[in-house]
Design a protein around this ligand. Structure first.
Ligand SMILES: [Fe+2]
Length: 397
């Protein structure tokens, strides 16, 4: 069978690739977002994954007075934006106002964010550090500060701007300030806005990601490395547990999965546009289009990957501690579940049905670390094998 571990290659600044280089896009003209992004003049990193965002090459974004770069992985194009920003020790970014919601994940460093409504003197500030996540509400001003004396900050920003700029092909609209934006800003209770997340529970059975029966709702999650309000997610195997997160007043959502050391999750597939980052753990993901070559994306804290549209993908924990991956979701219309949701076999591969190479590679990776697999032998023999919740809890903690 054909498998590949693509060798990252580096081209001229602005077009670096990580993983197998995607094919050229042909001769279609650039759409508004692409033209705007090119005009900024900072690097655009492309590929199937980024192994380390904390060392990624950046360039000066003059207007924002910051070192930054865009990342566009295969499967994100035209849907979601990710970019990395660096702020030097004791530095601050000038106040910016966005006409869209933006989620920020802290890759490294210590800092603070101040948020306020245009024209208002009431400001809300909160402090954060590595693996914090917060949401910047549309039409509010925000300022980001590095509060550390010697370490730079690196942030990962995620939003739906590529889509929005096709609906309103006027880049200035999204960064405008002044009276119009002041009118558009909603009334937010800033005292509560970055307070503790709350659990939303509904009686009916949830059917869609992003609007499930249970979700944690909040704008500030101080440390995704230790978040422990997790539900069992037995269907994907590996003793996995998850948390689903909604940002209030926004369509943006995400989830984080925690899974046991020396195990791996079942292959599955869905729509494009996700950005997956790693709060803790060491492992890799395998991604493939049905019947095609496999791409191996190694990961650890600081890595990012995107499963391309309807490619199977599978996550492997080769460490001796639980691994966590945080998946920032695209708009719900891109989730892309199978037409027949009851036929999960179309979108998930049980352990008994998987390519033998999957298990061989996993056990080989563990051997290289003097470890052995904790995937139960029964999982490879019984199609309906289910990891028990209690075993899941003990392994995933
Ligand atoms: Fe997935």
């Amino acid at each position: 069978m054909s498998t590949t571990t693509p060798t990252p290659s580096h081209e001229a600044p602005g077009t670096t690739h990580n993983g197998q280089a995607p094919k050229a896009q042909g001769r279609r003209p650039m759409f508004t977002y692409e033209r705007w992004r090119e005009s900024i003049g900072i690097p655009i990193h492309r590929g199937y994954y980024m192994e380390d965002l904390t060392t990624l090459e950046l360039g000066l974004w003059k207007e924002r007075q910051a070192q930054a770069a865009f990342i566009e992985l295969v499967g994100q194009e035209g849907i979601t934006e990710t970019r990395v920003t660096e702020i030097p020790p004791r530095g601050s970014l000038p106040a910016v106002q966005l006409a869209f919601d933006e989620v920020v994940y802290v890759l490294k460093g210590w800092g603070a964010t101040t948020v306020w409504r245009p024209g208002s003197s009431e400001k809300k500030s909160f402090e954060w550090h590595e693996a914090s996540m917060f949401m910047l509400p549309r039409h509010y001003l925000h300022e980001i500060h590095n509060t550390h004396g010697s370490e730079p900050i690196r942030l990962l920003h995620y939003n739906y701007l590529p889509l929005a700029m096709s609906a309103v092909p006027d880049p200035t609209f999204f960064f405008a300030d002044g009276a119009d934006a002041e009118d558009r800003a909603r009334d937010l209770d800033l005292k509560q806005f970055y307070g503790e997340a709350t659990l939303r529970k509904e009686e009916h059975e949830g059917v869609l990601w992003g609007r499930r029966k249970e979700a944690w709702v909040g704008n500030f999650f101080p440390d995704m490395r230790v978040w422990d309000r997790l539900e069992s997610n037995a269907t994907r195997g590996a003793g996995g547990r998850s948390v689903f997160i909604e940002f209030p007043g926004s369509e943006m959502t995400c989830h984080m999965s925690v899974f046991a050391p020396r195990t791996y999750k079942k292959a599955h597939r869905h729509g494009p546009g996700r950005a997956i980052v790693i709060p803790t753990g060491e492992g890799y993901s395998v991604m493939w289009q049905e019947g095609k070559e496999k791409v191996v994306a190694p990961w650890r804290p600081g890595s990012m990957l995107t499963p391309p549209d309807r490619w199977f993908h599978q996550h492997f924990n080769v460490g001796s501690a639980p691994a966590r991956y945080l998946a920032l979701h695209p708009p719900m219309q891109f989730y892309g579940h199978a037409e027949k949701i009851e036929d999960r076999a179309k979108d998930q591969i049980e352990y008994v049905d998987e390519d033998p190479w999957i298990r061989e590679k996993f056990e080989g990776e563990l051997r290289a670390r003097d470890l052995t697999s904790l995937v139960p032998a029964e999982a490879y023999e019984q199609r309906d094998y289910t990891w028990s919740t209690s075993a899941a809890a003990s392994q995933a903690d």
